[in-house]
Design a protein around this ligand. Structure first.
Ligand SMILES: [Fe+2]
Length: 413
């Protein structure tokens, strides 16, 4: 039985179903630890069953067809655990074993599909949304839905700048080629800890300069400097991109060298300083106590921007943060009341610090290696790169912990 014969959902189709709140269920046959580390999440909870491929497999003999064995085992192992109405998406790590499960389900009368390429393909899937398109300025938001990562292509008068590119740099060169744009600058807003940056590689590929704040070119633990050359991005560095200006605001807190580009005085690429529903965590450098006041001051500076300023973050935690066009954006005016981290500013630094310290999620071990790769101190192959990037980003304060502290969770329950 080959995968081609089984109806599939591509990662793009899965994203569409998640965006549209389609009714479907998931049978995820990865092992439990892989499943617990990273699941498919939508705007609403997706009914999901996890039972590993080998726990589900019940071969009568070595020659038995896999789909037949699954068709026999599924009713026994899952009882009535799978909904009869609506599609069921069979999911595995790479889309190589789940087709047999999907075929077994089909033989039992389920409307089953296989996720093409499995979680690997889902993790590497990108969505492109146009945030702004006028004769002066184009802003394209590129999201990696499975990981909650957002990057940007800004363009004006044929020139383009890419901000926080992911390692799959062909996504950006393709958009630039389709729009007949020349990428003249590539920048990382900070030393990324959650994903491997494509910044250096993209700049090299297109012959552009790579920009980074010098503080973030140093690995925070042993203070080893980056092994690549780059141009210094500092507070006030201004790019003339076609007909618009892009001004760098130095807003430390999440990292010491955090830069938020202010585009045309109207759009703030807020990176990991400010998200739609949360704020960036200041502890990844291991200096939370010292960096919380920096974050406090930086967020105050964001609040001083005009209300109409559109915030475009570098991450999202949940798909429901997107607006009706699927863009992750909001004006400062809306975030003043919506964003809990911003609301906490009014209570003063001491209360803000207590809030942050109570809301810090765990520090993923992979983040240390990712930062080493992003400073050029460590080289990894594709398999290791995928392994490091497994799962959703953990750059924001933990919503759940924060909700506990502010009593929101109690009122929901
Ligand atoms: Fe970050």
């Amino acid at each position: 039985m080959t995968e081609q014969k089984i109806p599939v959902w591509s990662p793009a189709e899965l994203h569409r179903h998640l965006s549209e709140n389609s009714q479907f269920a998931i049978l995820d046959v990865r092992n439990q630890s892989e499943f617990n580390a990273w699941k498919i999440e939508g705007k609403v909870p997706i009914p999901t069953t996890n039972l590993s491929y080998f726990d589900l497999l019940d071969l009568e003999d070595e020659d038995e067809e896999l789909a037949a064995a699954f068709a026999r085992a599924i009713p026994k192992r899952l009882k009535d655990g799978l909904p009869r109405r609506g599609p069921i998406l069979a999911v595995c790590a790479r889309g190589e074993t789940s087709p047999h499960v999907a075929e077994g389900l089909r033989r039992l009368g389920y409307e089953a599909f296989n996720l093409a390429g499995g979680m690997k393909a889902w993790g590497d899937h990108y969505e492109v949304r146009v945030v702004e398109e006028t004769s002066r300025l184009t802003i394209v938001q590129i999201s990696r839905p499975a990981r909650g990562c957002l990057s940007y292509l800004l363009a004006s008068d044929g020139e383009a700048m890419v901000v926080d590119p992911a390692r799959h740099i062909e996504v950006y060169t393709r958009i630039a080629a389709e729009r007949e744009l020349r990428i003249t600058a590539v920048l990382d807003t900070h030393l990324q800890a959650d994903h491997l940056s494509g910044g250096v590689a993209l700049a090299k590929a297109v012959g552009a300069d790579y920009w980074l704040h010098p503080y973030d070119s140093i690995y925070p633990d042993d203070l080893l400097p980056a092994t690549f050359s780059f141009r210094y991005l500092e507070d006030g560095t201004t790019f003339n991109l076609g007909n618009v200006s892009v001004r760098a605001l130095h807003l430390p807190g999440h990292t010491l060298g955090m830069i938020n580009p202010l585009v045309d005085d109207r759009f703030l690429l807020s990176s990991d300083t400010l998200f739609i529903d949360s704020i960036g965590r200041p502890d990844l450098g291991g200096k939370a106590k010292a960096w919380i006041p920096l974050l406090f001051n930086s967020l105050q500076q964001v609040l001083e921007l005009p209300d109409r300023t559109i915030v475009l973050p570098a991450h999202f935690s949940q798909m429901q943060e997107a607006d009706e066009q699927g863009c992750y954006r909001a004006p400062v005016s809306a975030l003043r009341s919506r964003n809990e981290g911003l609301r906490m500013l009014s209570q003063g630094l001491a209360a803000f610090s207590a809030y942050i310290e109570a809301s810090l999620p765990e520090h993923p071990q992979s983040y240390d290696d990712i930062r080493r790769v992003n400073t050029g101190l460590l080289q990894v192959d594709e398999a290791k790169a995928s392994e490091l990037e497994l799962g959703r980003n953990r750059c924001a304060l933990s919503q759940r912990e924060a909700e506990k502290l502010t009593g929101k969770e109690a009122s929901v329950a």
